[in-house]
Design a protein around this ligand. Structure first.
Ligand code: DTR
Ligand code: CA
Ligand code: ZN
Ligand code: ZN
Length: 333
């Protein structure tokens, strides 16, 4: 199915402000918002009890994130077993995510590019409102490798970012800054989609991005809790979240330049993100902190056909999804 030409929002477009400001959400409204978001009253209570900075951040229901993973698994199964660039499975994944966002009130657009002789697409979703000159962006690559369905790599990041965006819509959150979300194409071919996006931005529009948060593999079955150590403010935001849960984190050392934050960083945009590990093996010290299996890879199915919905640790997926929401709320106030 031929998709429409990419429809780019003029970056200078001033989006309408809503009278509801993020700070206007009282603890009671947080409770209502949390309940509407499928959270529990207890969740609402814990949200109200949490430090003021995170009072507005809702709990992300991991069941909702897993429901997106189930959809992506079904899509891969119905399309040759993968969701790779240039294949029907990628197109169907894109259609699924975009439909969810359109139904929730996001302004979505597709950005077209070519890689390895095939047309690829980035999906960009803007949440109406906020200062268009201060954009907080969150992203994940939506493509898989050709050898499998790519549920952890990177259905996990794609689904957590999607559910965070949907939580923004459910809560009616209207932060000071503008929220933008992105699902990249052809990351596995060499960060092609995200590089195309950054290269296509003029310098003025690049400077409007106050931070880019990247999520690539956040549900690894033998998980680690790694925080990108690129921008100190973003790094601290994530570390503070996990410290609040009593979870130690390590700085991410596997991936400088190995995921979609790299083009943003190279263009001078502050970046950060989370990672639960790929083909490196868990040490005994890490297992003592995080549990799991010493000597085994964080993700034994990395880039393999067994990267299915059975290849995800629900606790890591849940914690990282909640950390994404915390950071989006915290960095956009
Ligand atoms: N390049 C990612 C996997 C990956 C490997 N190391 C890191 C570090 C940080 C983020 C991602 C990764 C991929 O295969 O999609
Ligand atoms: Ca959660
Ligand atoms: Zn990969
Ligand atoms: Zn990946």
């Amino acid at each position: 199915m031929k998709l429409p030409q990419s429809v780019q929002l003029p970056q200078s477009l001033k989006l309408p402000r809503s009278p509801l400001s993020g700070r206007a959400l009282t603890a009671g409204a947080v409770a209502v918002a949390t309940l509407m978001a499928g959270g529990s009253a207890a969740g609402a209570a814990s949200a109200a009890e949490r430090p003021a900075a995170v009072a507005d951040a809702p709990d992300i229901p991991v069941a909702n994130v897993k429901a997106h993973l189930t959809q992506l698994q079904s899509i891969a199964t119905a399309n040759g077993g993968n969701r790779a660039h240039g294949r029907p499975g990628y197109q169907a994944s894109l259609d699924y995510v975009r439909a969810e966002l359109d139904a929730a009130g996001f302004t979505t657009s597709l950005q077209e590019f070519t890689a390895s002789g095939s047309t690829g697409y980035n999906l960009i979703a803007d949440w109406p409102g906020g200062d268009a000159d201060q954009v907080v962006m969150s992203g994940a690559h939506l493509d898989s490798v050709t050898s499998g369905p790519g549920i952890n790599d990177n259905g996990s990041g794609s689904s957590a970012v999607l559910e965070t965006a949907l939580a923004v819509a459910r809560s009616g959150y209207q932060p000071t800054k503008h929220l933008r979300f992105a699902w990249w194409g052809a990351e596995e071919l060499g960060l092609v989609g995200s590089s195309h996006y950054v290269d296509s931005l003029g310098s003025a529009d690049r400077e409007k991005i106050s931070g880019y948060l990247n999520f690539d593999m956040i549900g690894s079955p033998n998980p680690g809790y790694f925080v990108y150590d690129d921008d100190p403010t973003i790094e601290k935001t994530f570390k503070d979240y996990f410290a609040g849960l009593g979870i130690t984190t390590e700085i991410e050392t596997e991936g400088d330049g190995r995921s979609d934050h790299a083009p943003f960083k190279n263009a001078g945009v502050p970046v950060g993100g989370l990672f639960s590990g790929a083909d490196y093996r868990k040490t005994s010290a890490q297992a003592a902190e995080w549990g799991g299996t010493v000597g085994e890879p964080f993700d034994p199915c990395y880039h393999s056909s067994c990267d299915t919905t059975a290849n995800v640790d629900d606790t890591a997926l849940d914690r990282n999804s909640d950390a994404i929401a915390y950071a989006v709320w915290e960095l956009s106030q």
